[in-house]
Ligand binder design. Structure first.
Ligand code: ADP
Length: 380
């Protein structure tokens, strides 16, 4: 049995109120404040003047019948949520169905069994109350979410300034220290130390940029789409990698797409995707290996594939690969540096373009990362 709710207003509408006198008295004795209306129009006026928590509504009344009263209540935002229980002398299914169709929540058939009426009234009042509580919780959740989002934005704003600036200051001082006149015997040690400081600053700058990028791309702020030639776009992305690959004695191969293929992407972020995948391919491929970038298009999609002959990825790692900060165990053992954020950013950017990224890999043989992008962007 539902919890009993006291001090609730119930309006009973019946053209012969004496019919309901006993019911009104009984409900009153159970703590309800009961008022009565002898017709539909009077009921509507009373409802507007003082909203009841529940209405017991007779179906058959001269002039305006119960269905019409209910329809008017449901059409008005102020009264829409008030539960209406129809009262009918007949156990006629048509009347009952019609009652539900016009927005009634339940029905009671005369003659009443008081305990049943009371149970129905209490249940519906409880339902309304629970619905309101759920609504309030939802609103609270929404407000907490908004507050968290504001905190995140504030953090990003602060991080941009407060994390990057000290790094620039430290970098500036390394220049000062580098120019200090010190004994020649100390210079190699000083230069090594400065080199180490600069390398670590670069690492921290990269990490800060990655964290800010994840946050920025996730909120979808700052994506600007433009239409580009896929071939020219990839040529631009790869330009700096030929030297990097050569230094590691890795062959970089580009299988260019048709020059007429165009993609509509955010150039800055899509460049980051290709950069990340190509630099990973070079990073995780030992000297003497190959990295191949291929691209092609069909009617709806462009596909970019980056294949390497590197160390590969174990099956257990594949499913976590795109999680933020995830790094496969073998790279940690082999001391290859990285933050584990690159692929998380890549996936987020690709998905913001309504695209798909997949990976196939075999440990010891190499990996292929494929990106599928709709030629016409589907803005999300
Ligand atoms: P990281 O900064 O560690 O490179 P990423 O998010 O770019 O971070 O990659 C996550 C992990 O995925 C890497 O630590 C590595 O284990 C694995 N990985 C990514 N690309 C390759 C690749 N081409 N070959 C082998 N492993 C890869």
């Amino acid at each position: 049995m539902a919890n009993r709710i006291y001090k609730r207003r119930i309006l009973m509408v019946d053209d012969a109120p004496s019919n309901l006198r006993l019911l009104a008295d009984l409900l009153g004795s159970h703590g309800y404040e009961v008022s009565e209306a002898p017709s539909g129009p009077v009921a509507l006026k009373m409802i507007q003047a003082n909203l009841p928590h529940l209405i017991l509504l007779d179906i058959f009344m001269p002039g305006m019948d119960g269905y019409q009263v209910c329809q008017q209540l449901k059409a008005d935002e102020r009264t829409r949520e008030i539960p209406v229980i129809f009262i009918s002398a007949l156990s006629d299914t048509d009347n009952i169905v019609k009652g539900f169709e016009v927005g009634g929540v339940d029905y009671i058939i005369k003659p009443f069994k008081f305990r049943e009426v009371l149970a129905r009234v209490e249940n519906h009042l409880l339902l309304v109350q629970q619905r309101k509580e759920i609504e309030a919780l939802r609103l609270q959740d929404h407000q907490s979410f908004e507050a968290l989002n504001r905190m995140k934005d504030e953090f990003i704003r602060m991080a941009t300034h407060d994390l990057r600036n000290p790094l620039n200051v430290i970098l500036g001082y390394t220049e000062v220290v580098g120019r200090l006149d010190i004994a020649e015997s100390h210079q190699p040690m000083r230069n090594d130390a400065l080199q180490a400081i600069r390398q670590n600053i670069q690492k921290m700058r990269g990490l800060v940029t990655d964290i800010l990028d994840v946050a920025q791309v996730e909120t979808g702020t700052g994506l600007t789409f433009s239409t580009l030639s896929l071939k020219t776009f990839l040529e631009k992305c790869l330009a700096d990698f030929y030297i990097v690959a050569q230094q590691k004695q890795i062959k970089l191969i580009f299988n260019a797409p048709d020059s007429s293929t165009e993609i509509t992407v955010d150039e800055h972020y899509m460049t980051r995707v290709v950069d990340n995948l190509v630099s990973n391919a070079i990073k995780y491929t030992p000297s003497g290996g190959e990295v191949t970038i291929s691209a092609c298009a069909d009617i709806d999609y462009a596909t970019i594939e980056i294949t390497d002959t590197g160390i590969g990825i174990a099956e257990d790692d594949l499913m976590h690969l795109f999680d933020a900060f995830y790094r496969a165990s073998h790279v940690q053992h082999e001391d290859i540096e990285g933050s584990g954020l690159g692929l998380a950013i890549v996936k987020t950017i690709v998905e913001k373009h309504s695209g798909l990224i997949t990976v196939k890999s075999e440990p010891g043989k190499g990996s292929t990362f494929s990106i599928r992008l709709p030629l016409q962007p589907i803005y999300s």
